[in-house]
Write a protein that binds this ligand. Structure first.
Ligand SMILES: Cc1cc2nc3c(=O)[nH]c(=O)nc-3n(C[C@H](O)[C@H](O)[C@H](O)COP(=O)(O)O)c2cc1C
Length: 192
């Protein structure tokens, strides 16, 4: 049995958003297979934008961020879902990660590189939806913004390996959506 934390990174709390349906499908699949699931809905969290390195290092985060840190540390598998906005992750999700991935929680700034990553041992799946067809993003744009998850956004904390799901034509056919809902639900059952 795995402990899975799902980070739903869509900035819009409207339940009609496809990302929320995908997050629900992953959770439902995982719970069917008796995995334990916690959810973080970034759209509903109350936290400020980080404005200085001093704040990052020296101050306590808002309660919502502290609670999210507990759920991330608890997990042995992470799932992050978001829509592609202007070729990258939405600003609210980036703001959330800047708040969460602080020294003392995600990294230890007092030790050498190898020991500095405090969230090692947690694989992750990053699922991104987009208006363009998936092959266009994968081959023409070379999935550029996804690369930074493994290298930077998660990599510097030790979260690895990072698997990707590229969900194109997200505004298109119901058939395509149904295909992805079943696949994501299967990933939930397999905790991967
Ligand atoms: C502000 C904004 C920027 C967007 N930028 C892109 C983009 O750069 N490339 C793309 O393929 N789709 C883009 N889209 C389309 C979204 O990725 C798409 O609507 C979303 O993945 C659908 O999922 P949802 O129903 O959960 O919002 C953008 C949509 C918005 C609202």
């Amino acid at each position: 049995m795995a402990r899975i934390t799902i980070i739903d990174g869509h900035p819009d709390p409207d339940r009609a958003r496809f990302i929320h349906a995908l997050a629900y499908a992953y959770a439902a699949g995982a719970e069917d297979a008796i995995h334990e699931v916690r959810r973080i809905d970034v759209a509903t969290l109350d936290f400020p934008i980080l404005r200085s390195a001093n704040e990052w290092r020296e101050t306590d985060p808002a309660k919502a961020i502290h609670d999210a840190q507990i759920d991330i540390r608890w997990a042995d598998h992470l799932v992050i879902l978001f829509p592609l906005w202007l070729g990258d992750l939405p600003a609210l999700l980036k703001a959330f990660l800047e708040q969460v991935m602080r020294p003392g929680f995600a990294i230890d700034e007092t030790v050498s590189d190898r020991n500095a990553k405090l969230l090692c041992g947690r694989p992750a799946r990053v699922a991104v939806t987009m208006g363009m067809p998936a092959p266009f993003y994968r081959f023409y744009y070379r999935a550029h913004s996804l690369k930074s998850w493994a290298r930077n956004l998660l990599g510097f904390t030790g979260i690895a390996p990072v698997r990707h799901s590229i969900i194109g034509d997200a505004e298109a056919s119901d058939g395509e959506r149904q295909h992805w809902l079943s696949l994501i639900s299967q990933f939930g059952r397999d905790a991967r």
